[in-house]
Write a protein that binds this ligand. Structure first.
Ligand SMILES: C[S@@+](CC[C@H](N)C(=O)[O-])C[C@H]1O[C@@H](n2cnc3c(N)ncnc32)[C@H](O)[C@@H]1O
Ligand code: SF4
Length: 403
């Protein structure tokens, strides 16, 4: 049995079984450990590589959105202490810091929080905005650099802040005492290994707290054209990892490299424990239930009508097990596999026999390439009801609300 096709087949089969129903949301039960994700769906312009749920910025919709999300948070069952809080998007910095602070205050009226992270688009980021974020007590920022090569960026529909502009923003963020991650991508059209490694070298000179490198994720209609083959993207990340580790960064996940103990990694944290997602398109996973919020139009309509509906599915034991497998793969650590059952257990045994996992439970070189490939596949293949509408049993009921 070949381990890569076998695990992909198992995973695909378990994703294929997932179906959603558009229904009233049940109140989620809060466990000891949970995180909070706030989705801000607005963007200034839409980048052609981005498969995430977003809408063009609209002033009127944006202020209605703030009222709706504050109400969603107030009505939610969150209590106790949140292990992590991230504001992501879309582009959180399309909102004013005053609007962000309203959302943040609504969360902090209900739960204790140690730190709050926020994703920022450099094209619309100013020193004044960074200063205000600090005053509003955000603690970590993640800047979407993607590439420092103007030609590459031009092909994506994104604006093209250069090295100097990004370096100045990082300087300002550090001056304000904020922790900073820089996001890079590999596999963008026109990007080659040299320009990517040059970017990583330039990032080292800026000395951020963390660097995250994503291979190009293809979801729905978003596909790469004229891009490096997947395997070459993974190999380029491995070359970058040597540069980063030499510069004192520790690998905290397959795609994340951090200095010190702190990490900004929504991908990893969402796999680790329960998560409450607020805002249009955000998902919550709590115990046996997963709920995905509707898009902005239905979200605002439901807020106006005093309703609270979403796409609901059960997390089966099988899915739960694959989720844990994905987390271990992302962490590159299979030291303790005693709790796995059925198919993940078979795959893990196969990975050990085929030399992907060493005797001490760590991934070998070929195990690391496998971790890239399967993590990417998991991101690409998990059904998302706003995109994979055939996975929603009663999609016509949702559709009716949109006419
Ligand atoms: C969704 S964006 C939000 C932050 C902000 N809007 C920005 O673009 O900088 C967060 C990160 O997702 C990553 N991303 C977006 N599209 C991707 C894709 N197709 N494959 C891999 N990563 C992607 C980028 O690294 C980006 O910084
Ligand atoms: S990458 Fe960021 S700015 Fe571009 S469309 Fe996606 S969320 Fe918006």
């Amino acid at each position: 049995m070949l381990v890569v096709p076998t695990s992909k087949r198992f995973l695909k089969r378990s994703f294929d079984k997932t179906t959603y129903k558009f229904a009233d949301k049940l109140e989620l039960v809060v466990n000891d450990e949970f995180g909070i994700y706030v989705h801000i769906p607005f963007c200034r312009a839409l980048c052609n590589f981005c498969p995430f749920y977003k809408e063009p910025y609209d002033f009127g919709k944006c202020s209605k959105y703030v009222d709706a999300i504050v109400s969603e948070i107030e009505k939610s069952s969150i209590e106790g202490k949140a292990s992590w809080v991230y504001f992501g998007g879309g582009t959180p910095n399309m909102l004013t810091v005053h609007q962000l602070a309203k959302i943040k205050d609504a969360i902090q009226k209900k739960v204790k929080v140690d730190s709050i992270g926020i994703e920022l688009l450099p094209d619309v980021l100013t020193p004044e905005y960074i200063r205000e974020l600090r005053l509003a007590k955000f603690t970590k920022v993640s800047i979407g650099v993607e590439s420092l090569n103007k030609e590459v960026l031009r092909g994506t529909g994104r604006m093209t802040p250069g090295r100097k502009e990004i370096a100045n923003l990082v300087k300002e963020v550090k001056y304000r005492g904020l922790w900073v991650n820089l996001d890079f991508m590999i596999g963008l059209p026109g990007q080659d290994k040299k320009s990517f490694l040059d970017d990583i070298g330039a990032a080292m000179e800026m000395d951020p707290s963390q660097v995250t490198i994503y291979p190009f994720i293809e979801m729905g209609k978003v596909k790469t054209q004229d891009a490096m083959p997947d395997k070459d993207q993974y190999m380029a990340i491995e070359e970058a990892s040597q540069i980063l580790m030499k510069a004192g960064y520790a690998r905290t996940g397959i795609w994340a490299f951090s200095k010190g103990n702190d990490v900004y990694d929504l991908l990893r944290d969402e796999l680790a424990n329960d998560c409450f997602g607020f805002g249009p398109g955000a998902f919550s996973i709590c115990g046996q239930q997963k709920i995905v919020n509707p898009d902005l139009e239905v979200y605002l309509k439901d807020f106006k009508d005093g309703k609270s509906r979403g796409f609901v599915t059960d997390i089966t034991e099988e899915i739960n097990d694959w989720q844990k497998f994905a987390r271990k793969l992302y962490d590159m650590d299979f030291t303790d596999t005693s709790k796995f059952v059925k198919e993940p257990k078979k795959v893990i045994n196969l990975l050990k026999k085929s030399g992907f996992i060493s005797k001490d439970g760590k991934l070998t070189d070929k195990g690391i390439i496998y971790a890239h490939d399967i993590s990417k596949m998991i991101m690409e293949s998990q059904p998302y009801p706003l995109r994979d509408t055939e996975k929603v049993e009663n999609y016509e009921e949702y559709q009716k609300l949109k006419n």
